[in-house]
Design a protein around this ligand. Sequence first.
Ligand SMILES: Nc1ncnc2c1ncn2[C@@H]1O[C@H](COP(=O)(O)OP(=O)(O)OP(=O)(O)O)[C@@H](O)[C@H]1O
Length: 591
Amino acid sequence: MQQSKLNKSSLQQQSIKVYVRVRPLLKKELGQECIIKTDQQKYVVIEQSTHILKQEYDQVFDERVSQADIFKFISPTIHKALQGYNTTIMAYGQTGTGKTHTMFGSDWDLGHQSTFIDDLQTDQNHAGMIPRTIYTLFNNLQYGYYVYCSFLQIYNEKIYDLLQDHKVPQALQIHESKTEGIYVEQLTEYAVNNLYDCLALMKRGEKNRMIRQTTMNLKSSRSHTIFQLLIETSKADSGGQLLRSKINLCDLAGSEKINKQDSMTSAHLNELKSINQSLTTLGKVIQNLSQNNKNINKLPIPYRESKITRLLQDSLGGNTLTNIFVNVAPNIYNIDETANSLKFAQRARNITQIVQANSINATDQELVNKLLKEIDYLKQLLNMKRKGLNSNDMHFKLMKIQEENERLRQANLSVNDVEKLMQENRKMREELQKLQSQSHENSESSHMMKYGSEEGFSGSENDKQNNTYQQTKLSNNGLLIVSNPSMQKTEVTVRYKDRGNKMQTKLGYVEASDQMLSREKRLMSERKRVIERLELLEQLQFRNSLNSSLPIDSKIPKPSKKNSINLLNRTVEEERTSLPKLKIAERNLKQ
Ligand SMILES: Nc1ncnc2c1ncn2[C@@H]1O[C@H](COP(=O)(O)OP(=O)(O)OP(=O)(O)O)[C@@H](O)[C@H]1O
């Protein structure tokens, strides 16, 4: 990359490039009439009584054109991205027309990565535009670049991170800043070093995407996705400028008609409604932008009416080299939807954008602040990770930190506000420190088990290897219950002192499930009670046998002989009934 040149890069006018791709008839459609003809790979021709048209596009691909040949039209923009230009490649069309096939590809598997590069070099028709973009990018990347990757989906008008495997997915918010433009807060950006890292992330996100069977498509994508690659130079050039560009690879969900014969579930209907609404907004955005190219009186652009148009704002009406695939089915059955898609394609072709390579001054205060905050965020994240917090705790804490950062970033603060923020900040820090000290205690406790406690108990060889023990001190007489939680079972062991001798009894295993764990808890307290009694019993028996002549632990009051015998009898009687119950409870738990 020639940075000095790029810093002086001039503004260029560039139309959105629109490619129409006609998919082949699917197996279930064989024998149906095909209504789309192509002419010189530039025109789409339909000659039906209801629709007659001949429209020109940047390129028209019929069903015979391979993925590899199609990518040849895209690869120049990927090279431009390496020169600092923002690039977007997106697929639009009715459900089941081949958008996901075009963007991701079908029937290829990342399971055999060693052969994947060969596949990409030789394969003509499986891998789609996204894997080919990744391949081209890393093949042409020189030293001195950082690449970050993120992957999101918009499902029912909510944004989700496809690279996070939260049990309860967290909806994310859109923000805008001078340095980053429009961005999604909390979206994970993975630093990727090679082709494999990047492809693995793509595959991981794809698995998390919402799909459903529809009349048109067995595996219909129910969300819009954006796979984003952020490329930046790691060092500023002689003019102090850093280059930054984004490649947005977007697979839109397909529009779908309500099928009156099919009983659609309410979830399906909701998806359909929000997909169709967001695509209508996209249509309006494209229409107004294309009108504005011709008119002096500019129409407002409703970017904010849907999440997808807001996120693609720069790709549609800003500083981006944009390529749109409009996918259509060839058969007569879909003629109305095909005509609508082609109308969209025509309008998109009318949009011209002003593009320029992106560079940012390395000392820009906003960038510096952003970096400092990110470093702070990452430090916290690292700390939490090191402390072994689970992902939900971490997510919650990080949300709070980021919320505060965002408020700081946006607020015009008074002294009072700043003081309040400082207070809040302090509270958060204390909370974090508390968490840190808790995990510190845990690690100390495991350390104790590993190397023997103050009381002289030393763990077994097995204990030493497995330092996940938790211990509970049950009495002041050195009685400990140690449990070793694993995924399936919890080992419960009692360690106690008997007349100065260290004793240890393994009580068995308890299986871990919520119900089991609460039963285990009850059983533990039952055991605690029984063991305390046994201990007392032993002491009483011991004292009795010695006729109370030996010194007694000062914490236990010296009983009179009569009381002692009564207590002994009562305890023996109680334990006689408690222990079998305990054994039955244990047996039940083991079953
Ligand atoms: N050019 C093509 N060559 C061969 N098969 C294709 C082609 N385009 C699409 N298909 C097949 O058509 C079916 C539907 O394609 P795909 O899932 O990509 O559609 P889509 O537009 O993404 O649908 P949706 O919007 O419902 O997610 C798939 O089985 C896919 O493999």
